[in-house]
Design a binder for this molecule. Structure first.
Ligand code: UDP
Length: 472
């Protein structure tokens, strides 16, 4: 019978991409395995991005099969974090049913999931469960330590503001920089993450998309058991960096952005991109534009519709300052909505990256040796930025303290000034500080590559992981 590894992503395009990349990695080293990916069906999801990606991967002739889980009837209007987690809980029995069916025709060696549930019934099937953590080890350390932090206060982290929290393996972090779903202890998402540590304790292992030299403190703290106070720590497998294959990224602006980069000098262009959801108010767009214009640097800027807009497509002539596009023509290019980030970051003309600090974006920058200006916006990005600046020393931080206001409805959001944008851009692209960062980024890139050579840390962790499947 064919030996199969079953992968189960949380709903969302990037989770699907991450798990497909993991599947491709497994097949690259163990082509005799087959991979089955369980596709969660979100009831209100009308986006075609995931389905067209699945169809693209299906045409690659890799032994990757997609198995759609049944849809769960909608009972809420929005698709916020808590609702996605609730759907994952409701999906759990479908996952067990699917595995039961698969076992009739193949030998299922392991289930790897980016969800956070214990799948009751899998013990009877003797299928070991592994968690795949798609963010950094530092965020994992926080989640595993959450029950301990919870017991140290009766307040929500959002109300503790600048109070420093101490988590083994990471620099002291302001309470307000905690990952977004954890900020409100009465919020529904908090409850789910609270159980993370106990779910993981019962698993066969946790696979993390990072590598030993990038986050040594966090990885060591987790592996030594310092983060989980009451319970065992499962084996941790740091197998990164695992990044999206540039060939699988698509978008209308692909040729325009890359063709423009081809015509620019080596390492001269600053790339600004804020992930799949990162956007700003109209006023903040204006400040960024002024900062870029004054910096005199070449730039490639991906602009999404501003906050509050009802249209998917930004109207650049209205959103950006009058005459900005004409004045910066030649030295700057603004791309609407989406650009092939991976291919752009590895282009020789790119010399710096302003990013929202999503973990995939950071791993891509690390993999191509591109120095960073960090501008965290949502999710766990403030934490990522702290680790990136203070521990990895790979970025210059934008001072977001003026914009980090928890706005009540009707209140005006704080803004990062044009002067701050100009200053940090010039530091990165022109000054000694940027040169030092560039050198360090190139060294980190070399370490990332070394982690995946024979005997390297990620290669060894991956081999140990695969060996554990064989032991059952
Ligand atoms: N991405 C891209 N083009 C864009 C915006 C994002 O290719 O215009 C890709 C980027 O390369 C990365 C992913 O989308 O692989 C974003 O993931 P990340 O974890 O950085 O941030 P998120 O979108 O989850 O906040």
């Amino acid at each position: 019978m064919k030996e199969t590894i079953v992968l189960h992503p949380v709903p969302g395009f990037h989770h699907m991409v991450s798990l497909v990349e993991l599947g491709k990695l497994i097949l690259q080293h163990h082509p005799h395995f087959s991979i089955t990916i369980l596709v969660p069906t979100m009831p209100l999801d009308t986006s075609t991005t995931t389905s067209s990606y699945i169809s693209h991967i299906s045409k690659t002739h890799l032994p990757i099969t997609f198995f759609s889980l049944p849809s769960i009837p909608p009972h809420q209007e929005t698709q916020d974090h808590a609702m996605i987690l609730e759907y994952m809980r409701l999906n759990a029995s479908y996952v067990v049913d699917a595995l039961q069916t698969m076992r009739l025709s193949s030998s299922v060696l392991a289930l790897i999931t980016s969800s956070v549930y214990i799948y009751d019934g899998l013990d009877n099937l003797h299928i070991p469960t592994y968690y795949y953590f798609t963010s950094c080890a530092s965020t994992l350390a926080i989640l595993l330590h959450l029950p301990t932090l919870h017991n140290q206060t009766t307040k929500s982290f959002k109300d503790l503001n600048d109070t420093l929290l101490h988590v083994p393996g990471i620099p002291p972090i302001k309470a307000s920089y905690m990952p977004q779903p954890l900020l409100d202890r009465d919020g529904p998402a908090y409850h789910y993450f609270f159980n993370y540590a106990s779910c993981m304790s019962k698993s066969k292992g946790v696979i993390v998309n990072t590598f030993d030299i990038l986050e040594p403190q966090a990885i060591n703290a987790i592996a030594s058991g310092s983060c989980i106070s009451n319970g065992a720590t499962p084996p941790i497998y740091s197998i990164g960096p695992l990044i999206t294959d540039a060939k699988d990224q698509s978008g209308n602006s692909t040729s325009e952005a890359l063709a423009w980069l081809d015509a620019q000098p080596s390492r001269s262009v600053l790339f600004l991109c804020f992930g799949s959801k990162g956007t700003f108010s109209e006023a903040q767009h204006e400040k960024i534009a002024h900062g870029l214009e004054r910096s005199n640097q070449r730039f490639l800027w991906v602009v999404k519709s501003p906050k509050g807009s009802t249209s998917d497509q930004p109207q650049l002539e209205i959103l950006l300052p009058e005459g900005f596009l004409e004045r910066t023509k030649g030295r700057g290019l603004v791309v609407k909505c989406w650009a092939p980030q991976n291919a752009i970051l590895r282009h020789d003309s790119v010399g710096g990256f302003v990013t929202h600090c999503g973990w995939n974006s950071l791993l891509e920058a690390v993999s191509y040796g591109v120095p960073i200006v960090s501008w965290p916006l949502y999710a766990e990005q403030h934490l990522n930025a702290v680790v990136l600046v203070e521990e990895m020393k790979l970025a210059i931080p934008i001072d977001t303290s003026t914009s980090m206001v928890f706005c009540k409805e009707g209140e005006e959001e704080g803004l990062v000034s044009a002067e701050e944008v100009e200053k940090k851009v010039r530091q990165l692209m022109e000054f000694e500080e940027g040169k030092v960062l560039r050198q360090r980024s190139l060294e980190t890139r070399a370490m990332a590559m070394a982690a995946w050579t024979s005997g390297g840390s990620s290669f060894t962790a991956f081999s140990t992981l695969v060996a554990s499947w064989k032991q059952g």
